[in-house]
Design a protein. Structure first.
Length: 187
């Protein structure tokens, strides 16, 4: 049964692969590598991103202009490599790709570390609340009369399972943030 279900999913995912290209056909045909580089730089992409664009445009016989792309990307990095963007990236738990110049990196990393700290603090509050919810639900289940409240107990166990899964996801996010903080501190 699983095989019958999974096979259509496989074909669907293969069919959707072209939708994952780094550039659309229109962007390739526009051939504005300065603008593409600027966008990538302002989003903190490494120079290697051009290889994805090269692949995306190959079907249209468009070859990226490396010089124009790099020029645009460097201008975009001036937008990206700021304390404000660093804070936002950190707060969103994104990984820093070491794209800023040493001068820019000081401000960016200050914001990034503060953003990571902010995200970590918020996540720790969420972890505390979710742990309390799990404990409350476990306690209420333990107090139920198993002979009388079968359906209610069954529903409560499902709810407990959902809460425990959410708690596990929060713990995973927390671990990721700790790792990002440790990595950033080593930079």
């Amino acid at each position: 049964m699983k095989r019958v279900f999974l096979q259509p999913l496989l074909w669907l995912s293969i069919a959707l692969l072209p939708a994952c290209a780094s550039l659309s056909k229109e962007e390739c045909l526009r051939n504005d590598w300065d603008a593409i580089g600027f966008r990538d730089g302002s989003q903190g992409y490494t120079f290697d991103r051009i290889h994805s664009h090269e692949e995306a445009c190959r079907d249209y016989n468009i070859v990226p202009s490396v010089a124009r792309y790099q020029n645009g990307r460097e201008r975009g990095l001036f937008v990206y490599c700021t304390e404000e963007v660093g804070f936002r990236e950190g707060e969103q738990g994104k990984s820093y790709q070491n794209v800023c110049t040493p001068q820019q990196e000081v401000a960016f990393m200050h914001g990034y570390m503060n953003g990571l700290d902010s995200a970590k603090s918020a996540l720790e509050l969420d972890l505390e609340r979710k742990t309390d919810e799990v404990l409350d639900k476990s306690t209420s289940i333990a107090r139920m009369d198993t002979r009388k409240d079968k359906k209610e107990r069954e529903d409560a166990l499902k709810e407990l399972d959902r809460l425990e899964n959410e708690l596990d996801q929060l713990k995973t996010e927390h671990t990721k943030l700790i790792q990002l903080l440790e990595r950033a501190q080593r930079l």
